[in-house]
Design a protein. Sequence first.
Length: 380
Amino acid sequence: VSNLLETRAEIDLSKVAHNFRTLHQLTPRGGFFCPMVKANAYGHGDVAVARALIAAGAQSLGVVRVDEAVRLRDAGIHVPILLFGIFPEEQTAQVISSSITPVASTLSQLQGLARAMQTPFDIHLKFNTGMNRLGFDIMDAPKVREFLDHHPGLKLKGICTHLAKGEDAGSPDGFSQQQFLAFEKALQSFKGLQFQKHVLNSAGIASLRGSPNKNQSAVPTEICGARPGIGIYGAQPLSSDKAQLDLLPVMALKSKLVLLRWLQAGETVSYGGTWRAGRASLIGTIPIGYADGLFRLLSNRAEVLCHGQRIPLVGTICMDYVMVDLSELDKNQVSVGDEVVLIGEQGREKILATEVAERIGTVSYEVMTAVSERVPRVFR
Ligand SMILES: Cc1ncc(COP(=O)(O)O)c(C=O)c1O
């Protein structure tokens, strides 16, 4: 039993609150601010994170799937939950009965809601301004307005769009600027109505505040409502030094040595023998593998922390285990049960999700959301 339980994701909820405050302070006062807790709060545990965010002052939360929203409602979370995904028509009744706020992208979604609702019902709209994923086309804005005028039970609470290149939000000639202009065009069809406007992801927030070209006219502040995700979890949205925000990584992924073994020079480790000992080597086994979210692509390409030092993963990562070469450590110190940090801090060393991601050409989002269900989340 204990082997798998030795691997855990420690989630520091005080850092969620810290990151919430940092990002909130960077967005225009009074603007819409909706932290994203989709995908199990980017792998961190959605109910606990949602509660921490609400305690920190969050007044709404964002998810993508109906089951994500329902889980939050079942846990007693009462703030508005914005549902950013397109959901199947059969889930309309559930959306209404759970008071989930859909962010509609199609007229058929609005028609389904109008048919099913019995009392006035809050909605947001999304417009496509260049992401080309979800959202109404800008040219359909007058038609959408007309539909809402004919269905006064649908209460328009917000209109949003999503940036494809949030990293250039602060630049007057970036792609985001085109998206802002298209968004304002869509908004013209909704004159006379009172609603929130939200556009910025974490990169957009960081770019607007970190941009040397910061130009007040580039983005009208009244559309600068924000929906940060990755920044809430403590990863830097932008890599440039100037754009670093006061954010703290929330998740630490930890495990333990469960077995130690000496290999002679020439012996190999794991499937395919992709790592060979160049000398007598102390090899440790850790109970975490690709079924836990440790990408197999990291085989022979990543480091972990043990006794405050960086040590290499060696050999092919297995489904449930991976090995490390402990030869550089003081052998008299190393023993079964010693802590191994795959993401997080130990002593003076630190491994960020972003570092792990960069080793295999992906993003911190994928590293965080890959941490699988069987890894217990331990909340602090
Ligand atoms: C619609 C929408 N808004 C906001 C976000 C948050 O983005 P980020 O995690 O980059 O801050 C996402 C995530 O991809 C999203 O899909």
